[in-house]
Design a protein around this ligand. Structure first.
Ligand code: PGA
Length: 252
């Protein structure tokens, strides 16, 4: 059975003290709540990753990196490899967030290499993709998403999808306060599952968790998560406040 996941992407927020405080609060708040098979993940900045990982050891909070480089080591100033993440016991990584694609020129080709590298090292990935507003307006959104998935992930073998969680994040909904309607999310998620069924078979496609991201808040999470092909959320702004993040987790 596929897992439900609520992942908080802290982006470039929270200094060390704030990261420690937030993860402590989350650990306490999630200690005894009934959340079935829901995984809770937080993604702090690189510089606070190790500390948050140490604090959350043994709790229900899992820790992911926000990015990684596709090479193991070498002359890549400012970059971090998957081996380095594993070395501090971080086994999960977000790849292809729209901010990485847009501001740091991460292409589908680079992301395909990053995905392969992470999986080669048995890391779990949360692979993000989604259309821009103009694509949605022109009716191109399905085609754009299909291309991102084909170029970024379809080189993987069926078995390798055991390491992959998908995150559909329409760019026009990220940080804007505007969400895709639950129907729009369901429509796209069903389309995505269909693509995987065509390429890898129904059994694999039914096992892949597909998260929705883009202005998920306590007041809309329940409705979005109630859709059959939405298996959780990748949360930005609302993941920075313990009460909001907790309310979203409890929406399951
Ligand atoms: P948001 O961010 O929840 O602030 O819209 C979502 C994301 O970037 O993953």
């Amino acid at each position: 059975m596929r897992k439900n996941i609520v992942a908080g992407n802290w982006k470039m927020n929270n200094d060390l003290d704030a990261s420690i405080e937030l993860v402590h609060e989350l650990i306490l708040a999630t200690d005894d709540i009934e959340i079935g098979n829901t995984r809770i993940v937080v993604a702090p900045t690189f510089v606070n990753l190790q500390k948050v990982r140490e604090i959350s050891a043994g709790s229900r909070i899992e820790v992911a990196a926000q990015n990684m480089h596709q090479e193991s080591n070498g002359a890549f100033t400012g970059e971090i490899s998957s081996e380095m993440l594993l070395n501090i016991e971080v086994n999960d990584v977000i790849l292809g967030h729209s901010e990485r694609r847009e501001y740091f020129n991460e292409t589908d080709e680079v992301l395909a290499k990053k995905a392969s590298k992470a999986i080669e090292n048995e890391m779990n990935i949360i692979f993000c993709f989604g259309e821009q507003l103009q694509d949605r307006k022109s009716g191109n959104h399905f085609k754009i998403v299909e291309n991102q998935l084909k170029k970024g992930l379809f080189h993987l073998t069926a078995k390798e999808f055991g390491f992959v969680v998908l995150a559909y994040e329409p760019v026009w909904a990220i940080g804007t306060g505007e969400t895709a309607s639950p129907e729009q999310a369901q429509e796209m998620h069903a389309f995505i599952r269909g693509l995987f069924a065509d390429k890898y078979g129904k059994e694999i496609s039914e096992e892949i968790s597909i998260l929705y991201g883009g202005s998920v808040k306590p007041n809309n999470a329940k409705e979005i998560f109630s859709k059959p092909d939405v298996d959780g959320g990748l949360i930005g702004g609302a993941a920075l406040k313990v009460d909001d993040f907790l309310a979203i987790i409890k929406a399951f």
